[in-house]
Design a protein. Structure first.
Length: 198
């Protein structure tokens, strides 16, 4: 009996080690970033306002590290073996923050918890951030923005920003490059609009 139990235990251990070895051989997903935006094209516009950027709202599909691919308007898939470096809303929030800061033409910009005396909030919603395949492979970024007066609760302005960039090649890096370029265009437009508005 003792030998039989020992043999079973040894067999289980061998199986566990084998499974662990198989798991460790799986290639980790490629991880991608959004590029820090350069200074927006704000011209001579500037503001002394202090701006808060809450994390964008998003559907569950976009509120993750997965890179969204839509073979048809009704179907949603994820780019295989690829991911963002952080949850997409968090990544967009931080890159928009950098875009505002890089202009040097605002009083200050921050995220919740940094203790700024806020004049305006940039309230954003990620509507689309995907590779669409109809009619051809195209990166689509669409963000809805509200300029909210933090002192009065009045919405100063609202606008939807969108950019489409064709995918240059069918590799994951090609998809991400197109998404990065589309987001860069949208970020530039958001920053320019907001600074001129307030």
């Amino acid at each position: 009996m003792a030998r039989s139990a020992t043999a079973r235990w040894s067999g289980l251990m061998v199986a566990a080690v084998a499974l662990s070895a198989c798991a460790s051989l799986k290639t980790p997903p490629a991880t991608f970033e959004l590029s820090p935006p350069g200074p927006a094209s704000v011209g001579s516009a500037s503001t002394r306002s202090q701006i808060l950027l809450p994390e964008p709202t998003a559907t569950q599909t976009l509120d993750s590290q997965r890179i969204v691919v839509k073979p048809t308007p009704q179907t949603i898939e994820n780019l295989a073996d690829s991911q963002w470096s952080d949850r997409l809303p968090r990544l967009v929030q931080l890159r928009l923050l950098q875009a505002f800061q890089n202009t040097g033409r605002i009083g200050a910009a921050g995220v919740p918890g940094q203790g700024l005396a806020i004049d305006y909030q940039v309230v954003t919603e990620l509507r689309r951030f995907e590779i669409a395949f109809e009619p051809g492979a195209t990166a689509v970024v669409e963000i809805s923005v509200k300029a909210l007066n933090d002192r009065t609760g009045v919405v100063r302005g609202t606008r939807i920003f969108r950019a489409n960039v064709p995918v240059a090649n069918g590799q994951p890096s090609g998809y991400v490059t197109a998404l990065d370029q589309a987001f860069g265009q949208v970020a530039d437009e958001i920053v320019t609009w907001m600074i001129r508005l307030v």
